[in-house]
Design a protein around this ligand. Structure first.
Ligand code: HEC
Ligand code: HEC
Length: 435
């Protein structure tokens, strides 16, 4: 590089000047005054020159090193986005990733067609509920509602109304934490919960297992899956359901086709929304190909998949009763919620743990405000002063605005996460608002 040569020339020049000065001083000045012989004068020049050369080299090395450092950090302009005044972080940003075509399975229980077939049968069979009225599929509709039920909160046995929204089972296989409050760590751990839950399937697990054991076709199916003579037990029931759920994945969204090279798979609006999803900071929590930090595929595995929600004060908390339920409170983490995946989110309305928000655009507005600290609207932005009685400190914040157009762009991007296979079940409401 040109500047490196310039540095070297300066270093060599400085050494030469130092050497000439040393020779002149010794011969013209010090030599005659101290009455030194020629040999003594040469020795003195060598000693002085050594010091000069070492000093020159030191300077050159220091300059070159600090210069390379600066060169490394020099910012590079990669684009100008006049619409978004938020922080643009170009360094260290992870690459976007498509969903893998196979879900990770436990090493000691590899998937086989017999296990998947048994799990599918169990998933659709109301025999798992107390009175034979409900199957897993009653609440997790695999065709419509993206594997959820389209209701604000679940309706279980005897019409019991639950307190939480039914999440999608599609791509649940990629989650490292299951349930809204993340209390289960695997599909196996999750699977037996709804069967015994008094307001879901309301059954007695031992009674369900005895019932399956009286059906010769189930006995045969469990033997086909887990070997001749194996007993039907809760562990194998859970494993079979999980094996089937691991096939419920959707790596076929426009977003995945876009990453595979089909740049026409996303509309220009969706690409703007994809960029905003990063710059606004949604990606901090909804990270990786599963769009959740609580995913087995999330970057920085081991970082928390839970966040305080809502994490900033806003009128939304009261309007949508977002703080009535305190999430992971039972495990001592009141107010914390598992970060959900956003795959097929277009189909899984209504939103949030209590299903209180019917519209995806409104969900984006709320998230931008309470999780990303932005102010949504086209008007002027007021500075907010907040007092914390806990820390006895004032915080002064001027949130940067996010326009309604930008909110619509983000919502449009979220719709690119809808599986092609399930997209036929879009409703008129979800189709509106995209250009
Ligand atoms: C009565 C409706 C209902 C039935 C029946 C039901 N579920 Fe659920 N399911 C829910 C609700 C509600 C949640 C969320 C509960 C919570 O977070 O506290 C849930 C959560 C889940 C999750 C976690 C998804 C995630 O991303 O966290 C999975 C997986 C799941 N159910 C699978 C099943 C299976 C398998 C069955 C059958 C054995 C079943 N469900 C039966 C309503 C139901
Ligand atoms: C600080 C972490 C964090 C950030 C940043 C964040 N989210 Fe979320 N998001 C969450 C959590 C936690 C939930 C679950 C809330 C609940 O349990 O009700 C959630 C829920 C959602 C939901 C509802 C999902 C469903 O199935 O009901 C949507 C949609 C969503 N986020 C979109 C976004 C968008 C868009 C952004 C950026 C504007 C964003 N999020 C930023 C943590 C975050």
């Amino acid at each position: 590089m040109f500047e490196d040569h310039l540095l070297l020339a300066t270093g060599v020049g400085a050494i030469a000047v130092g050497l000439v000065a040393a020779i002149l001083i010794v011969w013209r000045d010090l030599g005659p005054v101290a009455r030194l012989s020629s040999i003594q004068r040469v020795a003195l020049v060598v000693a002085l020159a050594g010091g000069v050369i070492a000093f020159g080299l030191k300077l050159t090395v220091i300059e070159t090193l600090s210069h390379t450092g600066r060169d490394h950090l020099a910012p590079v302009l990669v684009g100008v986005d006049r619409s978004d005044p938020g922080p643009v972080i170009e360094v260290g940003r992870p690459a976007w990733q498509a969903l893998p075509a196979v879900a990770p399975a436990p090493a000691d229980d590899p998937s086989t067609p017999a296990k998947v077939a048994l799990g599918r049968r169990l998933f659709f069979d109301p025999v798992l509920s107390r009175d034979g009225s409900l199957s897993c599929a009653s609440c997790h509709d695999l065709e419509r509602a993206g594997g959820a039920d389209g209701r604000p909160t679940a309706v279980g046995i005897d019409g019991a109304i639950g307190t939480r929204n039914t999440p999608a089972v599609w791509n649940a296989a990629f989650q490292a934490r299951l349930f809204w409050d993340g209390r289960a760590r695997s599909l196996e751990e999750q699977a037996l919960g709804p069967i015994a839950n008094p307001i879901e399937m309301g059954a007695d697990l031992d009674e369900v297992i005895a019932r399956l054991g009286r059906d010769p076709t189930y006995v045969a199916a469990f033997e086909a899956a887990y070997g001749p003579g194996t007993a039907i037990d809760a562990d194998r029931l859970a494993r079979a359901l999980a094996a089937f759920e691991r096939t419920l994945i959707t790596p076929d969204a426009p977003f995945d086709r876009f990453l595979a090279g089909d740049t026409a798979a996303l509309t220009p609006q969706q690409i703007r929304g994809m960029s905003l999803f990063e710059t606004v900071g949604c990606i901090v929590c909804h990270a990786g190909p599963g769009f959740s930090r609580a995913s087995l595929l999330a970057p920085e595995a081991g970082s928390s998949g839970f966040r305080l929600f809502p994490s900033l004060a806003s009128p939304y908390a009261a309007r949508y009763r977002l703080t009535d339920d305190l999430g992971a409170a039972k495990t001592g983490r009141a107010g914390l919620w598992r970060i959900p995946s956003l795959r097929n989110v277009e189909l899984t309305a209504p939103y949030f743990h209590n299903g209180s928000v019917a519209d995806l655009t409104e969900a984006v507005r709320i998230m931008a405000t309470v999780q990303a600290g932005r102010v949504v609207g086209d008007g002027p932005v007021a500075t907010q002063v907040e007092w914390s009685p806990e820390t006895k400190r004032l915080t002064r914040r001027t949130p940067s605005p996010l326009t309604e157009t930008e909110v619509a762009d983000i919502a449009a991007f979220l719709k690119s996460l809808t599986s092609d296979r399930l997209a036929g079940h879009r409703t008129a409401a979800t189709l509106a608002g995209t250009d």
